[in-house]
Design a binder for this molecule. Structure first.
Ligand code: NAP
Ligand code: MG
Length: 402
């Protein structure tokens, strides 16, 4: 069988612990036999980040910017406990944080739906993708504990020496609390652009919601910017956009059949992404894609390195760790690469691999986390090795006939 050719590489970012074990297993059994894989490889294992003083992380981000598409394994975020475990020289920041900051991107989380696992919201038939704005608001706030009666004001002092503006927050009759938050037009614009770009790729409508009836200036600005980015850059491309109040959005989402990109302000996204993830079943069935306003993409699983399973694997156990989100990170990256390069065979392969994963699960072959959620009598709990082998078998049979 002739392997599928690639025009340009994807940036491959290796990681830690159980996901590093699965990464190799996925590549060797589900990709390398079928694709003449071209990657620009970065080893972001915690040892190598320490060895290179984290230069490898910055290098990986630069490579994603250069090639346009990356796929990332889960990585350990250093903590004091990890410093001791891995004898680290210092606590480098979270690689995801570093890469996100360098690419100025938005993270979208998308559940992988299988009919064997019903979401806890029965009307949800299609994925709900949560887009969370990752700048400002309460996450970059200034807070003040007010000890006794007094006046709280908001003051803006222009950098160019113009006259200052000052408004009353409250004349406080006694002790209490006060808070100042901000956001930037540029950041909101980039957020809107990333949402609409993903909407074009996924052929899904965008819903943005805030509370502009109450917050006329602050949330009103978010609403205005979303509308103007849509009108100027995306309305002609056939994607749907609607704005609604956040409480109405929540009510509508609970009754919808899904199939929407729900753009959320920072705090709403923090809350709603956990709600959607939990209702969808399992972290192991959730992918995550970082989209930068410049149009570069990084695909990964939403879960971490599955540390507890790794310790069991080190003791010689074959764990039943679910590789689905990692496989979908690879298919997402290969499909994006194919779309950018115009390589239809590669696009078709990514789709076939996804189908092979889903039909394997639908046939009742799954890892333990899914078996615990699946509402069907017929299910075989497989370890990761057997599960990947079952997928590979289906894929090879299909590839033989394609
Ligand atoms: P985790 O790796 O997501 O795992 C938490 C628990 O969720 C696991 O112990 C397991 O539960 C279940 N789980 C997660 N993924 C699974 C899978 N694929 N298959 C089966 N079960 C799965 O989170 P963590 O243990 O809190 O974090 C471990 C390390 O990951 C940390 O060092 C953290 O810094 C890092 N992390 C990295 C990323 C990233 O790179 N994107 C994200 C989050 C965390 P059971 O043990 O009950 O089976
Ligand atoms: Mg949260």
């Amino acid at each position: 069988m002739k392997k599928i050719e690639m025009k340009n590489p994807v940036v491959e970012i290796d990681g830690d612990e159980m996901t590093r074990i699965l990464w190799r297993l996925v590549k060797e059994n589900l990709i390398l036999p079928f694709v003449e894989l071209k990657t620009d490889y970065y080893d972001l294992s915690i040892e190598n980040r320490d060895r290179t003083q984290d230069a490898v992380t910055r290098g990986a981000a630069a490579a994603i910017r250069r090639y346009g598409v990356g796929v990332k394994c889960a990585t350990i975020t250093a903590t004091a406990a990890r410093q001791e475990e891995y004898h680290l020289s210092t606590l480098y920041p979270s690689p995801n944080g570093t890469i996100r900051a360098l690419l100025d991107g938005t993270v979208f989380r998308k559940p992988i739906c299988v009919s064997a696992v019903k979401p806890s919201v029965s009307s949800w038939k299609k994925p709900i993708i949560i887009a969370r704005h990752a700048y400002g608001d309460v996450y970059k706030n200034a807070e003040l504990a007010i000890p006794r009666a007094g006046r709280v004001e908001l003051v803006w002092t222009p950098q160019d020496g113009g006259s200052e503006q000052r408004i009353l927050v409250a004349d406080m009759p006694g002790p209490g609390i006060a808070q100042g938050i901000h956001n930037l037009d540029n950041s909101i614009e980039n957020f809107a652009r990333c949402c609409f770009r993903l909407a074009l790729d996924e052929k899904l409508p965008v819903l943005f919601a805030a509370k502009d009836t109450i917050s006329k200036t602050y949330d009103g600005r978010f609403r205005m910017i979303f509308q103007s980015v849509y009108d100027a850059e995306f309305s002609a491309h056939g994607i749907d956009y609607s704005y609604t109040l956040i409480d109405d959005a929540v009510a509508r989402i609970m009754k919808s059949d899904g199939g929407v990109i729900w753009a959320c302000k920072n705090y709403d996204g923090d809350v709603m992404s956990d709600m959607v993830a939990s209702a969808a079943g399992s972290l192991a069935m959730m992918t995550s894609v970082l989209v930068s306003p410049a149009g570069v993409y990084e695909f990964e699983a939403a879960h971490g390195t599955v540390q507890r399973h790794y310790y069991r694997w080190q003791r010689g156990e074959k764990t039943s760790t679910n590789p689905v989100a990692l496989i979908f990170a690879w298919t997402g990256a290969l499909a994006k690469r194919a779309a950018l390069d115009g390589t239809t065979q590669l696009a078709a392969f990514a789709a076939r691999l996804e189908t092979a994963v889903l039909t394997t699960i639908e046939a009742g072959d799954m890892t333990a986390d899914l078996a615990a959620l699946a509402n069907r009598a017929q299910r075989h709990i497989l370890d990761s090795w057997q599960f990947i082998e079952a997928i590979a078998g289906r894929l090879a049979a299909e590839e033989g006939t394609s």
